[in-house]
Design a protein around this ligand. Structure first.
Ligand code: IMP
Ligand code: MG
Length: 180
């Protein structure tokens, strides 16, 4: 796997430090409402981020996963996002925090946030590890952002290319010849 990596964009220690800070921002934003929090990670990209983030949250909370597919396959271009596995729980009246790996075109989060908003949550916020700052649409505001990055296709720490490289522990860029 290491032979496929061209450069490390964000090293492990930097990710870990920022994830701890994000947990602090989340805890202070929710305050007394934190213990009613329902974390909604979007699979599969936010798997590792969520695992680290939730262990830094110092209050009782729940988690319910949502699986979305955008049919990217071996492409680095976004497709039309679809919910492939919905929540198994009613979010009406709950404080919901959607967690995703990256805000790129925003198509995925726009669809997810729209669908969840219709279900009457007490509050609905979103947290992303990465945001492509020049691409993310200005009308789709992420409440918590780990890092703003340039428009490069990254892998690792949960992010994939063609469903691979999620287990690379840092945020990295692949060698250009590997991207089709
Ligand atoms: P969006 O709908 O264009 O915002 O893209 C959302 C999804 O596309 C993310 O949840 C990722 O799964 C995937 N994606 C977007 N950019 C990247 C990237 O640079 N690396 C890996 N996956 C990406
Ligand atoms: Mg993906």
């Amino acid at each position: 796997m290491e032979a496929d990596i061209s450069r490390i964009l964000i090293p492990r220690e930097t990710i870990a430090r920022r994830v701890r800070e994000l947990a602090g921002e989340i805890a202070s934003t929710y305050g007394d409402e934190a213990s009613g929090l329902l974390l909604v990670p979007i699979l599969s990209g936010s798997l590792i981020f969520t695992a680290d983030l939730m262990r830094e949250l110092p209050f009782v909370m729940r988690i319910a996963v949502l699986s979305v597919s955008s049919y990217r396959g071996a492409s680095t271009q976004g497709g039309t996002p679809n919910i492939v596995q919905d929540l198994k729980l009613d979010i009406r009246g709950r404080h919901v925090l959607v967690v995703d790996d990256i805000l790129d075109t925003g198509n995925t989060l726009r669809m997810v946030m729209g669908k969840l908003a219709e279900r009457g949550p007490a509050s609905l916020r979103m947290c992303v590890l990465l945001r492509k700052k020049d691409k993310a649409p200005s009308d789709l505001k992420a409440d918590f952002v780990g890092f703003d990055i340039d428009d490069v296709f990254v892998v690792g720490y949960g992010l994939d290319y063609n469903d691979q490289y999620r287990n690379w522990p840092e945020i990295a860029v692949l060698k250009p010849e590997l991207y089709q």
